[in-house]
Design a protein around this ligand. Sequence first.
Ligand SMILES: [Zn+2]
Length: 437
Amino acid sequence: MGRIILSAGHDLRDPGAVALGTTESKEMRLTRDLVAKELKARGADFISVPDYLSLTGTIRWVNANAVPGDVAIDLHGNAFNGSVRGAEAFYIAKNTQRQKDAQILLDALLKAVPGLPSRGAKPDTVTMHRSGLAFCRRIAVASLLLELCFIDNREDLKLLQTYRDKFAQGIADGLIAWNSRNLKQREFPLINIRVKDNEYEEKGVLVNNNSYIPSDLVELLGIKVASLPEIRQISYGNIVYIKAIDLQKFDIAIAWENQTRTVVLDLRPRTELSGSEQIMGLGNTTASELKSFIESNNENALAKFPDLPELYIQESELEGVNHDIAFCQMCLHTNYLRFDGRIKPDQNNFCGLGSADGSPSGASFPDPKTGVTAQIQHLKAYASNDLIKQQPIVDPRFDFVPRGVAPSIYGLGRRWLPDPHYGDKIKSIMMRLYGVF
Ligand SMILES: [Zn+2]
């Protein structure tokens, strides 16, 4: 744990950029050798990716050799039209931790090589690869791609060839700073635990958005942990923790209170906890949980609709609708925003709403917000007799709904859609949503 994985961009067969009598691949191998020397001198733990591996092979090699807590860097030389200069560091877009890491690395390089201009830390989606850089995205541990300079620019190349030792010292400093920061982040945040209505005196830990509770508490609940290999556990600070969601098998309901950072265990059988099927009510998930849920089912789901999780929460709360239900209904209708059915993304119609005139392509809305509002209004029309708070009514079929006939999702079958199992389908997506956290 906590090693630095060094990769020199391109490989023995692919030279990368070729300019001014040299190749990117050659320059990066020479630089990588010096970085390795610097890391060794500083006592850092590191490994180097073999130079015969292509990018795909490199990613496979790193993923086979890395363990959680390692960091990985790919070194490149840029090329454009010969007149552009400077260093830049790429991180996976929208990851603010990695953005800071990229800045740390770049700052260390610039500090060691004063004549080198900075082009900044940049999200990997601003490159010619619009969907991002494989090295930033497909590596299982924290990874960055560093463009040291422009090797087709005479000044930059001369700087690199003359002061390669300085480049290597700066990169080594940056890698060590990033690596120790990354290790510190592996201290997991503590969370509160409540069992029924009682605060439990011990704390749990939050690991990758999952609640873990001490195994002795699990034993107190009457569950024999030792005999259950399928339960996920981690050891941290000499305490064994169990993944809370795995206790659902034992009719223990698990909920998360975001404001108080509390995992709530309820000993009632899950079947009695029927609140989650009631359309009018509060949702349990946060916007970032909805985001990671849908992206785990469709990586690019939110590319066109980045605000959708927040919109679902806001619009649902305005009308008192459970946003988890509305969001899962959207996932069902759009196949996690793939829109592989009749309705197209530009219609901003996330739940198969018909148009007022019954046209076969269904309703269209001017923007995502209006589309979500219409869905929430339609849900509220079915679930309650209460007034719609957010006027005007944008749901084109609002007036056709018999008000309040379906308080629970199970009442939507044969109504919202002819499918009698419609409610079960929404419920199974909800179970997956809750199962993730
Ligand atoms: Zn390159």
